[in-house]
Design a protein around this ligand. Structure first.
Ligand code: PLP
Length: 517
């Protein structure tokens, strides 16, 4: 293990100017091989007495379970194992280090209280196949979570089992298809706006639908005239994100729902941005038929990167009978997980996953809800919006807001017109943010905004943290305007790895370690 660099490299170091993926190192940062590259397969970090099983015991007492071949795990002492993982953890940015401004992805603080509750042995040691009589508390958590979600959204039913937002979209579309097919009306098209998150059209395509784009107005909203023109007897659903991915509330949302229903289609709302309206707006009142709620965004559970998180889907009365199983039901004073609700005829489309969903996330989300209360959740939305507008106001003097007129919701969106003539791109600017200790904001999304920089601070940041972030960005922006191009083109200088070939990483990712790589 080699110490790569002592002391923080400066940008004038010749090595710092070289392009590519040269390691830059940093104070106290050591090179870290993968655990499989630590070459001591024969040893273990723990000493087990060989062939010494105690009085009157020998290997035959293991009933044939003696290991026939070595385990092939690298042998590390306990401090080596701990240090390996701590060093790896330091190679990445984390929400516990600084504000994490990824727009749309919503990276927010996971309250320690919720973490503590999720780790209670009664929850963490559960097995999905335990008898119902032994998991009454867990079922009560699911029942209470369902109650909060249906109450906050004003929708009568919720499917808890989807594992993430995108999985929730799939659940919503399967439910919609089941409802159409029950009427003998097999529709084949889904409409989604140009600004939609990539998962919307991807999910619709995966579910076997043809996706047709709805246009966008110059002020960042769904083009209602275009929607009306594209609605027809083959449209199964319209998928709209609200607040949308430009960080704006769809003012015509009720009209969108009305037009959709008039065409016999269902209104799917992508609820990834529910954190901007929770406690203030009930999607059920807007005419929404199905909506996923990414618990990691609105209710502060850890972000699963597409799973294993939780993306419950709330459903309108017309879709509820087609919801996936299982359901938590009340049976004579007890709770049970059932395939069919007692006494109700259902036409469920089946299961979204083998079991009931992610209990760890349910506990965290419920703890978040209960510790905030209804008023507190309303303030969550207000603070998320306030924080985004604070950032928009502070940065707008230098950076160009994509939609400068009026306030934004929970995300501040900038385009790259302010970088014109600097030879610096959105990507360069984002990479330079790493050098000043911040994770880049979401870049080049939504696609409808040129060189988009989408910043979502979330409600959990204090004004001091917001100022620290804004000060850093304003200093970088001043350097960009002053023509300090090297600072941006070569960035990041201080990360464990320099700039990576992102195209190669996306096209040919190495996802599996093989010996000799
Ligand atoms: C608007 C929007 N929709 C859907 C998703 C997908 O959610 P998940 O990452 O939980 O699958 C995201 C994720 O960032 C999103 O921002």
């Amino acid at each position: 293990m080699t110490i790569l660099a002592v002391g923080r490299p400066t940008r004038s170091d010749p090595d710092m100017k070289s392009a590519g993926t040269t390691r830059s190192g940093g104070a106290l940062m050591q090179d870290e091989p993968l655990i499989f590259e630590l070459d001591c397969w024969e040893k273990t970090g723990v000493d087990f007495p060989r062939d010494d099983f105690g009085p009157d015991l020998d290997a035959s007492d293991l009933a044939g379970l003696t290991r026939a071949s070595p385990l092939r795990l690298p042998g590390l002492s306990e401090p080596e194992a701990v240090r390996h993982y701590v060093r790896l953890s330091q190679k990445n940015h984390a929400i516990d280090l600084a504000l994490y401004p990824l727009g749309s992805c919503t990276m927010k603080h996971n309250p320690r209280l919720d973490e503590k509750l999720a780790r209670l042995p009664g929850f963490i040691d559960l097995h999905p196949l335990q008898p119902m009589s032994t998991v009454q508390g867990a079922l009560k958590v699911m029942d209470a979570l369902a109650h909060w979600l249906t109450t906050l959204t004003g929708m009568p039913a919720v499917a808890l089992s989807p594992k993430a937002g995108a999985h929730g979209e799939l659940c919503g579309l399967h439910t919609i298809r089941a409802a159409h097919e029950a009427r003998g009306d097999a529709r084949k098209t889904v409409l989604a706006p140009t600004s939609a998150h990539g998962t919307n059209p991807a999910t619709a395509a995966l579910a076997g639908y043809q996706v047709v784009e709805i246009g966008q107005t110059a002020d960042g909203h769904v083009d209602i005239a275009d929607l009306a023109a594209k609605l027809g007897p083959d449209v199964a659903a319209v998928m709209v994100t609200n607040p949308n991915t430009c960080g704006l509330f769809e003012r015509e949302i009720i009209e969108i729902a009305r037009l959709t229903h008039a065409a016999g289609a269902y209104f799917y709302c992508d609820g990834a941005n529910f954190n901007a309206i929770v406690g203030r707006v009930r999607p059920g009142d807007l005419g929404v038929d199905a909506m996923h709620i990414n618990l990691h965004k609105t209710f502060s559970t850890p972000h699963g990167g597409g799973g294993p998180g939780a993306g419950p889907v709330v459903l309108s009365a017309s879709l509820a009978p087609y919801a996936p199983t299982p359901w938590v039901v009340h049976q004579g004073g007890r709770l049970a997980l059932l395939e069919h609700a007692v006494g109700e005829a259902t036409a469920s489309h089946g299961r979204m996953s083998a079991f009931h969903g992610q209990m760890g996330m349910y506990v965290r989300a419920l703890a978040y809800m209960m510790s905030h209360g209804a008023d507190g959740l309303r303030q969550v939305a207000e603070d998320a919006v306030l924080n985004a507008n604070y950032i928009k106001a502070r940065l707008s003097g230098v950076m160009s807001a994509a939609f400068p007129d009026g306030p934004c919701m929970h995300e501040a969106l900038f385009d790259d017109t302010w970088l014109e003539g600097t030879d610096i791109t959105t990507l360069d600017f984002a990479k330079a943010m790493i050098d000043v200790g911040f994770h880049p904001m979401t870049m080049y999304f939504p696609l409808v905004v040129h060189g988009a920089m989408l910043i979502e601070p979330t409600e959990t940041e204090s004004r001091r943290e917001l100022d620290r972030f804004c000060d850093a960005l304003l200093e970088l922006a001043a350097a960009a305007k002053a023509g300090d191009v090297d600072r941006f083109k070569g960035a990041p200088f201080h990360a464990p790895l320099r700039r990576l070939d992102e195209t190669l990483a996306a096209r040919r990712p190495k996802l599996v370690w093989t010996s000799g790589d």
